[in-house]
Design a binder for this molecule. Structure first.
Ligand code: FAQ
Length: 358
């Protein structure tokens, strides 16, 4: 049930369903650590040789802060991203769909844990990271401030939001910071399953009743533009937003591609899939450009994007309120786990003292 084996739409001629299906994750996982052989210890030399920086290496403070910012924002997105989908756990249309959705939401929590652990290797505590989320000093992805109004939104999130997330995250498997790159490898594999289940849910709806088809189309109409905005502001050409992080992050090997390039790749991969599904993407300017070898597409509503980032999206307040409340409600679990760990440590210490006295 959880495999990548949905037979009816697996047409080998149709190309990969998402960026993790291209072999790039496996290629990144096979990255050879040649630091010892090359005798590399200096930060710039390690970056120039496309090797990985590890937690105990000396690194520029700006590199460390950039990674904390990006990894934390990514971790926060994973755990806040559980909310819009969690909204449908009790209302999934079948037991099979419910089991799949529970597994997916649970995976997102796991991704949050890998990422918080990666951020902690940079010398910041989990507590501080969560404080920064709760007091608004750190962000989470704009996409999770949109509501999930119907069951089809769950399909749209899987297909488009996970699809966009993977397009962005596959290159991060080659990020110059070792713990982040390694966390991304497992995450991308799991996200690939998430994207496929979204495609499959929409596939079923599009082969259902007229009302189901209309529900799927309505979901795509609402999620398409926010999914394109997930890649971040324009960062190439004359429309590039000033003061962005791309140039420096690419020089450090954190980002491997610009936001604009990844967005274009996502559009190019997704348009033929929309055609196979029978869904219309809500952009009158979307058309193949023979000369460029890419699809042209319309302009994202950037005012809306910045408004959502500043807290004025449909669900910002609700997401934060739920997040802070559930964190408070979970305090007793954290206290109990810490007390248990301290007790176990005490017992171990007492046993080893007895052992050495005997
Ligand atoms: N939302 O100069 P850039 C997922 C901010 S995971 C909010 O381009 P950068 C899984 C940016 O922080 C989704 N803020 O910045 C899932 C910066 O602000 P600052 C999350 C955004 O960092 C699926 C400013 O704009 N994925 O979906 C956004 O180099 C389904 C200027 O931007 C990641 O976090 C945005 N969309 O590039 C879970 C991937 N875009 O800090 C549940 C890792 C930009 O200066 C269900 N992150 N900003 O105040 C990245 O790759 C990068 O951080 C980018 C932004 C590409 C997001």
């Amino acid at each position: 049930m959880y495999g990548n084996d949905f037979g009816d739409f697996d047409d080998p001629g149709a190309g990969p369903l998402n960026a993790a299906d291209t072999g790039e994750v496996e290629a990144a996982a096979a990255h050879a650590d040649r630091r010892a052989e090359l005798d590399l210890s200096d930060f710039d030399a390690i970056i120039a040789a496309d090797q990985r920086i590890e937690p105990r290496d000396a690194m520029p403070e700006e590199y460390r802060q950039t990674l904390i910012r990006q990894i934390a924002q990514h971790a926060h997105s994973e755990i806040i991203g559980m909310q819009p989908e969690g909204n449908w756990l009790t209302r999934a249309p079948s037991l099979r769909r419910k089991a799949i959705l529970i597994a997916k939401v649970q995976d997102e929590a796991g991704h949050g844990l890998y990422l918080y652990s990666a951020a902690e290797t940079l010398g910041i505590t989990r507590e501080e990271l969560l404080d920064r989320l709760h007091n608004g000093k750190q962000k989470y992805s704009s996409i999770f401030n949109y509501p999930t109004l119907t069951w089809a939104d769950i399909g749209a999130i899987g297909w488009l939001v996970d699809g966009a997330a993977i397009m962005n995250q596959v290159p991060l498997c080659r990020c110059s910071y070792g713990p982040y790159a390694r966390a991304m490898i497992r995450t991308c594999k799991e996200e690939s399953f998430h994207q496929r289940q979204g495609f499959e849910a929409l596939w079923d709806l599009m082969r259902g009743t007229e009302a189901q088809q209309a529900m799927a189309q309505d979901a795509i109409n609402r999620w398409w533009w926010p999914a394109l905005a997930m890649f971040g502001p324009r960062d190439t050409g004359e429309h590039a937003v000033k003061g962005g992080h791309t140039a420096q992050s690419m020089a450090w090997g954190i980002k491997r591609f610009s936001n604009d390039e990844l967005r274009q790749r996502f559009v190019d991969m997704t348009v033929p899939q929309a055609e196979r599904l029978g869904l219309k993407l809500p952009d009158p300017e979307l058309k193949w450009n023979e000369e460029r070898g890419h699809y042209d597409f319309g302009e994202i509503d950037w005012d809306e994007f910045w408004r959502v980032l500043k807290g004025d999206g449909a669900c910002n307040a609700q997401r934060m309120e739920r997040r802070v409340t559930s964190h408070k409600q979970g305090a007793w679990v954290r206290d109990a786990a810490a007390a248990y760990a301290a007790k176990s440590e005490g017992r171990k210490a007492a046993a080893s003292n007895e052992g050495s006295a005997a």
